[in-house]
Design a protein around this ligand. Structure first.
Ligand code: SF4
Ligand code: SF4
Length: 296
């Protein structure tokens, strides 16, 4: 079972939820602790809570074109085929812009003079190792200044495969853009962490649209609850999205998290709450699979 923990915006407590849920499951099933993937490769921070010992590391990059000016006739075919404008012919010069290149290889394939070869271009690194509670931990780190997170996330998900029946928890980047879609893709369930404010509601709406477009069931955890916020509850009811947990706005939680403590360390009773959330998700997925079997 693969669950992605996402949020429409940053700072909602998504990583706090993801790490505490992982540790709750690890304590529940010590013989098969979950696999945790921190896919927020632009600002990974789950390691600050789960304290993994990194045992393996791999560089991630793309193959980008290198033009041999001695062979190039400046015909412009490579620039025509590149939909990302990552290669351009300016007079007697053919220029490559590595930061725009998606490594698709089309220009190399179509160059009539075989003037293009491909060279690796590093974008970041992926790391893995055991973490707190026996959790299998892995994360990606995008190099500073690199604009494309998706290849690093894709490689991270490919590199670390779960064991049979191992639960996978993916901590998604904030927002609703391509890196989020890449993280959510292939998930069985999306757990959306939000806060009871108009901004939280606005961004939750966008995040729900991503889950719905990918046809993945979703549930909500509301963090920093400080009194009722009817609009959010009404929205979830209208969308038929269950609210699985409410975490109060509390100084002790904020201070503890700022010191690198997990929610289940600050308030151990949350272990029960997160196991309950997990059971709810498992039950939804079981019902979904029964319905699919019946319709086949
Ligand atoms: S397609 Fe090949 S020959 Fe034509 S401009 Fe590009 S690199 Fe040069
Ligand atoms: S590899 Fe693809 S994206 Fe990169 S320059 Fe060539 S055509 Fe453009």
């Amino acid at each position: 079972m693969r669950i992605t923990i996402a949020s429409g915006k940053g700072g909602t407590g998504k990583t706090m939820v993801a790490t505490s849920m992982a540790l709750s499951l690890a304590w529940l099933t010590p013989d098969k602790p979950p696999l945790f993937l921190d896919c927020d490769v632009e600002a990974p921070n789950a390691h600050l809570f789960l304290h993994p010992s990194v045992t393996e590391q791999q560089e991630v990059g793309l193959l980008i074109p290198l033009v041999d000016e001695a062979k190039c006739t400046h015909c412009g075919k490579c620039a025509e085929v590149c939909q990302y404008h990552a290669i351009a012919v300016l007079g007697q010069k053919t220029l490559v812009f590595p930061q725009l290149c998606h490594g698709c290889g089309s220009c190399t394939m179509l160059c009539p003079e075989a003037a293009i070869s491909e060279v690796p271009d590093r974008m970041g690194v992926i790391e893995r190792g055991p973490a707190a509670g026996g959790i299998t931990f892995a994360h990606g780190i995008l190099d500073v200044g690199e604009p494309m997170a998706v290849p690093v996330i894709r490689q991270l998900k490919k590199w670390v495969q779960p064991q049979p029946d191992q639960v996978v928890l993916c901590d998604a980047p904030p927002g609703t853009s391509c890196p989020v879609v890449e993280t959510v893709r292939g998930s069985d369930y999306v757990l959306l962490v939000t806060e009871p404010t108009p901004f939280g509601l606005h961004d939750l709406n966008l995040a729900i649209q991503v889950a719905s477009e990918l046809d993945i069931p979703a549930g909500v955890i509301i963090n920093r609850v400080n009194g009722p916020y009817q609009a959010l509850d009404e929205f979830c009811a209208r969308q038929n999205i269950p609210v699985l947990l409410r975490i109060p706005f509390e100084r002790a939680i904020a201070e503890g998290v700022a010191q690198g403590k997990m929610l289940v360390e600050i308030h151990p009773e949350y272990t029960i709450h997160f196991r309950h959330v997990f059971s709810e998700i498992a039950s939804v997925l079981l019902q979904q699979s029964i319905r699919k079997d019946q319709s086949n």
